[in-house]
Design a protein around this ligand. Structure first.
Ligand code: FAD
Length: 321
């Protein structure tokens, strides 16, 4: 966790960002985690994933818009994504078979968005209007919108937003992070309304006043919260590449006779493809988070920080200049 925090701090420095963005050395690693600069490039990557029987959630990279115009441009891209997804054969067939029922889970291709990309830093009302517009477009097309969870200063506003739109829009759900002390309570809040939760460990740099600094404590909370969500129903997403945890949850599901179709595993694009395919072969639902766009830097540094081998690569490359 110390190394992780160090890389998150270092990579947020502007000179480091300039070097990483400008250097060719990082290109292969960037393209391992990012599916492309454009929507069409990312859809080609999605096609490969879908052919393996793996579902997709498509993410347009970007966060913390600096103006209303920027947020409106992001909304236009979300709209384009939903429109284009409707033409993907796997999605079109799914909607034909299941209709536009928003509560239907297991959709082959949906989107993940961020509220700070909808303009949350500009104002809550503005972000809510944009979010509702996106949800309406998705609803009309029989699609689902996942709201990613960002740094802890946004947690309460994100959960309140889901609770607020829920009476009209059940084609949404959010993400909860096990490293936050508050998450057991948030799990219950989302279960109370029946929203789909993606449970993750958490990827941001958080102070010890709000999050567990020890990895063992985060893992323990993750397993507890994932089990609670699996037992509650509402199609949770178990989003982790941690094989030990995945195996423990597989044993739990078998012991509790929980239907394999009532939840899904999720992993990030470019990470543990072997594990993704293995789970599909065992009959589990698996979804991959596929990011695209040129605002890849913050997402990329979070991926680097998760793995010592990635961090060593970055440190060596920076040292070489
Ligand atoms: C689908 C999905 C969506 C997510 N959405 C959010 C979100 O909205 N908000 C948020 O804060 N976080 C999100 N995350 C990130 C999450 O919080 C973790 O930071 C990330 O998943 C790494 O933790 P882990 O559970 O895989 O466990 P870890 O203990 O970090 O890793 C377990 C093992 O997975 C492999 N691994 C993990 N990360 C990497 C990597 N970057 N490169 C190579 N191998 C790796 C390694 O083998 C490692 O030993 C998401 C993760 C997934 C899978």
């Amino acid at each position: 966790m110390i190394a992780r925090n160090l890389i998150l701090k270092t990579s947020s420095l502007k000179p480091v960002e300039r070097i990483v963005r400008g250097s060719r050395t990082f290109r292969p690693l960037v393209s391992r985690f990012i599916a492309g600069d454009t929507l069409e490039e990312s859809l080609s990557a999605c096609e490969v994933v879908l052919k393996k029987g793996i579902k997709v959630t498509l993410d347009y990279l970007g966060e913390n818009t600096k103006s209303e115009a920027e947020a409106l441009a992001a909304k236009a891209t979300y709209s384009k994504m939903l429109e284009r997804i409707s033409t993907v054969p796997e999605f079109a067939t799914f909607v034909k078979e299941h209709g536009h029922e928003p509560k239907i889970a297991r959709d082959p291709l949906n989107i993940s968005i961020k509220l700070t990309q909808c303009g949350l830093d500009q104002s809550l009302e503005f972000a809510e209007k944009n979010f509702r517009d996106v949800l309406q477009i998705a609803k009309d097309r029989g699609n689902f919108v996942r709201v990613d969870m960002e740094a802890s200063e946004y947690t309460e506003r994100t959960i309140e937003m889901i609770e607020k739109v829920w009476p009209e829009f059940q084609n949404t759900g959010t993400v909860l992070q096990s490293y936050l002390f508050r998450t057991d309570e948030d799990v219950e809040r989302m279960i109370a309304i029946g929203a789909r939760v993606r449970i993750v460990k958490g990827a941001y740099l958080e102070p010890a006043s709000v999050a567990f600094p020890e990895k063992a404590k985060v893992d323990e909370a993750y397993v507890r919260q994932a089990k609670r969500l699996l037992s509650a129903g509402f199609y949770p997403a178990i989003a982790t590449q941690d094989e030990t945890i995945i195996n423990e949850l597989k044993r739990y599901v078998a012991a509790e006779k929980i239907d394999r179709q009532s939840f899904e595993f999720q992993m990030l694009y470019g990470i543990r493809r072997d594990l993704q395919e293995g789970l599909v072969n065992e009959g589990f639902n698996v979804r991959v988070y596929v990011p695209f766009g040129d605002a890849w830097y913050p997402y990329f540094t979070r991926r680097l920080a998760e793995r010592p081998a990635n961090m060593m690569f970055m440190a060596k490359s920076l040292f070489k200049g």
